[in-house]
Design a protein around this ligand. Structure first.
Ligand SMILES: [Zn+2]
Length: 293
């Protein structure tokens, strides 16, 4: 295994850039203080090991998420089932979203055989795409005039913003934004090493089948399926509580400043855990599709 050297300068400028962006996010209330700390832990390895391309894609996701969460803020505040400040990320959110992209970035660096590197690059794309799909489905879906249907029981309607609820508007938005993300990822060159690789290829068959369009489709499909898994887990395994103060069914054990009554689901699986798991599956699906097609 031959590793490209990482110079002290790379580490210093990587840390500097992430610090600067993190402080800006803190100032703009996009991150809480602990979210900022978690952002450094996740962001620096992505930039140093995954490179600029991957880091820019992560930023793109964060900017998109923050932008989407600010659309129709008043409507969303009414439904906010988590009780967090709308549009501000705390540390569990940062870790849930950034962990798999961080792991794959480190692995891209430490795995020199080209096909393993490609697999981790696909994993990075899939895990990020799954969060783009989930974020846009949630943020845009909450603005739908129709009450969401429960994904595991389409006949029953649930409150907007509730995990496991899906709307047509949210689903269409998730496909649209994931496709935009995949196209931008292509231009920001996340795919370039993949395409070079398929040109060199194992065999002419690989070259024939892996067109650029297929790669885009894989990323979009992995994102879509990842957010589908997110909804299923949100409807089934995720812990549910009832707040004694406001009377709402919520996703956190403490709501309106008081302990809420446990209704069902697995206690340690909250919304962040669901995102964490589905982002992992988004990555696995992207890798599987890449080697399958
Ligand atoms: Zn409450």
């Amino acid at each position: 295994m031959i590793l490209e050297p990482i110079y002290l300068a790379t580490l210093i400028y990587g840390f500097g850039i992430v610090l600067l962006i993190g402080l800006t996010a803190l100032y703009l209330n996009v991150l809480t203080k602990d979210g900022f700390m978690a952002g450094l832990l996740v962001g620096v390895p992505i930039l140093v090991f995954g490179g600029f391309d991957n880091f820019i894609l992560l930023l793109l996701f964060l900017v998109l998420g923050s932008f989407l969460s600010r659309i129709g803020k008043d409507v969303k505040r009414k439904y906010n089932p988590i009780g967090e400040r709308v549009g501000t990320r705390a540390w569990p959110n940062v870790v849930a979203n950034g962990f798999w992209p961080m792991v794959s970035s480190v692995m891209i660096y430490f795995n020199s055989p080209p096909h393993v590197k490609i697999a981790w690059e696909m994993f990075f794309m899939g895990s990020l795409a799954s969060m783009v799909a989930d974020t846009s489905a949630t943020e845009i879906g909450m603005l739908s005039r129709n009450m969401p249907r429960l994904i595991v029981k389409p006949d029953s309607r649930v409150e907007p913003g509730k995990s496991g609820g899906v709307t047509l508007l949210g689903t269409l938005a998730s496909i649209l934004f994931t496709a935009i993300f995949a196209i931008l990822a292509y231009f920001i060159s996340g795919f370039n090493p993949l395409i070079e690789y398929t040109l060199i290829g194992f065999s002419p068959l690989v070259y024939m089948k892996s067109s650029e369009l297929a790669l885009l489709a894989i990323v979009v499909l992995a994102g879509f399926l990842g957010s589908f898994i997110d909804s299923i887990l949100g409807a089934t395994l995720q812990a549910k509580y009832k707040c004694g103060v406001c009377g709402k069914e919520v996703e956190v054990s403490i709501h309106c400043g008081e302990e809420a009554r446990y209704l069902g689901g697995i206690r340690f699986i909250d919304n962040h855990m669901v995102n964490f798991i589905s982002s992992f599956f988004g990555g696995v699906i992207a890798v599987s599709l890449f080697f399958l097609i």
